[in-house]
Design a protein around this ligand. Structure first.
Ligand SMILES: [Fe+2]
Length: 228
């Protein structure tokens, strides 16, 4: 196994050094530059002021997210160059390919997370999502209990309420780090970050208190709009 620090040195990647200043371009996720397309960080500064989330925590979190966007672009660009240069057989190529899912999902999961925050008020009890949660979990309360229990698990990662497109069923998944145990083809409805950086500045080890604050700020309209 390659030591992560060695790998980062080898590839020239560093989350911290790659992080951009806060306040990224807001013109969209993908920017066309000549023939190549690169991802751009979205601006989530409107979330500053949410109850239960300090400005310091949110600004740090935005910076981390911007680092994932930068690194996704770097990995993609480096792989494209190696392909052009005929270096696809190189050990570095294989390791960067392994890295891509981690960086890409680190970027995309943060976008789902920030996009499903900033709401006020609970889930519409008469809406289609409440109806689906009742069908698949027996009711909102049972779903919330399962989602929160998943978020309280030891380890770093994410909790995702996913819809299985094969039959429409809703299932809560634990996602390890960014890239392990996503349901293939699953449609993410609600995503919650439970990496320590998402809460330790404000809550220390009290993860349950952070999860409570997260629930107070869910943008249920955005979540329901993802339901198919
Ligand atoms: Fe995060």
């Amino acid at each position: 196994m390659m030591d992560r620090r060695f790998f980062i040195t080898l590839t020239g990647l560093s989350l911290v050094s790659a992080a951009l200043p806060s306040g990224g371009n807001v013109s969209g996720q993908i920017k066309k530059e000549g023939k190549s397309m690169s991802y751009e960080a979205k601006d989530y500064s409107k979330l500053i002021g949410m109850e239960g989330f300090s400005e310091t925590l949110l600004k740090n979190h935005f910076t981390l997210y911007q680092g994932y966007v930068t690194n996704t672009n770097k990995v993609l660009d480096t792989l494209a160059q190696m392909l052009k240069d005929g270096k696809t057989g190189a050990y570095e190529y294989a390791e960067l390919k392994r890295r891509l899912g981690w960086e890409f999902n680190g970027m995309r999961l943060h976008e789902f997370y920030f996009d499903n925050l900033g709401g006020k008020g609970g889930l519409n009890p008469n809406g289609k999502l409440a109806k689906k949660l009742a069908e698949d979990f027996g009711g909102y309360e049972a779903w919330e209990k399962d989602f929160k229990a998943t978020g309280a698990m030891r380890g770093i990662g994410w909790v995702g309420l996913y819809q299985d497109p094969a039959n429409g069923k809703l299932i809560n998944f634990w996602i390890n780090e960014h890239d392990v145990s996503h349901p293939a083809g699953g449609n993410p409805l609600l995503i919650m970050d439970v990496f320590e950086h998402a809460f330790m500045i404000d809550y220390g080890l009290k993860r349950a208190d952070y999860i409570g604050a997260f629930f107070k700020n869910i943008n249920w309209g955005a979540v329901e709009a993802r339901l198919k």
